[in-house]
Write a protein that binds this ligand. Structure first.
Ligand code: NAD
Ligand code: WQD
Length: 337
């Protein structure tokens, strides 16, 4: 029985929501994070909310000695592997750092897991591995293609996990391909806390909605979509976190390597998201149409039916709830953690 979970990147946005769901589902949680893109306050808040303790290791996955010490000191049954660098633009500026951190860190983690006989892992992959989609909705068996260094690291890690599963049938590996995670826990206690000015749509809009940033630049209204702005599959982060619990439970059946999309299956345009935010705040969101952002696909959304069939998971929260929860987090924590 899987009982104690090592959550890598557990102080970060998605990892922290997963920690909360894990504790509420009765698992014990150990976190490792180097705090390169997060603060440990997320864990203190989760401990307060749940009355449960989280063992926190401040360490880098690339540090072999630290990983050995961690596995020596803890009895781990499975790993949820969120740790990684994730900014697409930055990955084109410092690609080697992305390869070193994401691929090197994962290789080191897997070696440590093998050495200690821990062979259950859930990995954070991304819809970016499908590249620019030719057919929608995206299914897990569609061709894979990286379009930037960040995506290349996710794809390479997927291949590494595939080879690992083929080499040793004792491994149970769940690859989850997330679409666009947004929102926050409804308590407003944990949420997305990006450093500096956000790159992604939802954290940017929330800051415009509370007046911290002046206006949103909408990257293009001349795409081949119903209103001309890009369409994405936005997914509430709590639904996403819960998907990880379903995947983890599936690993108990010794499935070998399994791959699932986690999305709602429904696409919303940038303008739809702006309107949903306006509904949440009751005020207009100042925005201006500008040119396209290089590298953006016009529409991306999942076929999430395999996750429903095989994991018994389906996203429950809609766009309005995503906006209301993102806004609550921003209003309660104007400066983040
Ligand atoms: P995040 O930056 O909030 O969390 C990642 C965490 O990993 C951070 O706390 C960071 O400090 C830590 N970390 C990075 N490198 C590390 C290392 N070498 N050793 C130890 N800790 C390290 O990002 P997130 O949005 O929570 O994303 C979590 C995972 O999900 C990432 O792997 C990301 O690529 C993937 N993902 C995210 C999205 C998204 O839109 N947020 C979409 C698809 C996939
Ligand atoms: C969403 C839409 C923009 C900001 C990224 C990664 C992907 C995955 C999910 C990790 C796009 C538009 C944005 C702004 C805008 N992450 N936009 N003004 O690019 O779909 O996906 O996160 O794996 O790999 O690429 O997300 O939030 O950046 O953009 O108009 O200020 O909002 O053009 O259509 P994206 P995003």
């Amino acid at each position: 029985m899987i009982k104690t979970i090592l959550v890598t990147g557990g102080t970060g946005y998605i990892g922290s929501h997963a920690c909360l769901e894990l504790l509420e589902a009765g698992f014990d949680v150990v976190v490792v994070d180097n705090l390169s893109n997060s603060k440990s306050d997320s864990l203190s808040r989760i401990e307060e909310m749940t009355g449960r303790e989280i063992q926190f290791h401040l360490a880098d996955l690339r540090d072999e000695k630290a990983m050995k010490d961690l596995f020596d000191g803890e009895q781990i049954d499975a790993v949820m592997h969120f740790a990684g660098l994730k900014a697409v633009g930055e990955s084109t500026e410092i690609p080697v750092t992305y390869y070193q951190n994401n691929i090197g860190g994962t290789a080191n983690l897997l070696q440590a897991m093998a050495a200690y006989g821990v062979k259950n892992i859930v990995f954070s992959s991304s819809c970016t591995v499908y590249g620019a989609p030719e057919t929608l909705p995206l299914r897990e068996d569609f061709p894979l293609h990286a379009v930037n260094p960040y995506g290349q690291t996710k794809l390479t890690i997927e291949y590494m996990l595939r080879d690992l599963a083929a080499s040793d049938p004792d491994w149970n590996i769940s690859i989850l391909r997330y679409f666009n995670p947004v929102g926050a826990h409804r308590s407003g206690e944990i949420g997305e806390d990006p450093l500096g000015i956000p790159n992604n749509l939802m954290p940017y809009i929330t800051k415009v909605a509370v007046g911290e940033l002046e206006e949103l630049a909408v990257y293009g209204d001349d795409y081949d979509t119903p209103d001309g702005s890009c369409v994405r599959d936005y997914l509430h982060v709590v639904d996403l976190a819960r998907g990880h619990i379903n995947a983890l439970k599936k690993l108990d059946d010794n499935p070998g390597l399994i791959i699932h999309n986690l999305g709602t299956g429904r696409g919303y345009s940038v303008l739809d998201v702006i309107h949903a935010f306006e509904k949440a705040t009751g005020k207009p969101v100042p925005h201006r149409i500008v040119g396209r952002r290089p590298g953006d696909a016009s529409a991306v959304y999942a076929d999430p039916s395999l996750a429903e069939q095989e994991l018994g998971w389906k996203a429950k929260r809609g766009i309005d709830e995503m906006c209301v929860d993102a806004l609550r987090w921003q209003q309660q924590n104007p400066k983040g953690y």
